[in-house]
Design a protein around this ligand. Structure first.
Ligand SMILES: [Zn+2]
Length: 102
């Protein structure tokens, strides 16, 4: 079931195991955290991330924030950019993550 892979995050490339579940891959990276990518997104994920290197830090924050809540976020084409954008370090230095009360 598990397959040797490299972390899809463009600035990481950590070797890891990617587990297949239904129509998606569960990825657990020691650096980036836990997240899920759909198989459709998996096909183009490396290229998409390379095309959006400026969103990598936001994406990292998004995954970290979700992991802290006990979730493994699902990354899919188009939507991941919106999520990453929300967590992108902003000019006024506010993180939307802190607005989510638990
Ligand atoms: Zn990684």
């Amino acid at each position: 079931m598990a397959k040797q892979e490299r972390c899809p995050l463009a600035d990481c490339k950590q070797p890891l195991e990617r587990a297949e579940q239904d129509d998606s891959y569960f990825i657990q990276c020691p650096r980036c955290g836990k997240f899920v990518i759909s198989q459709t997104f998996g096909v183009s994920v490396h290229r998409e991330f390379l095309d959006h290197m400026d969103l990598m830090s936001g994406l990292r924050e998004f995954i970290r924030a979700e992991n802290e809540q006990g979730n493994s976020p699902l990354l899919i084409t188009q939507r991941w950019q919106i999520d990453a954008e929300k967590y992108k370090p902003s000019v006024w230095g506010q993180k939307p993550a802190e607005a989510k009360g638990e």
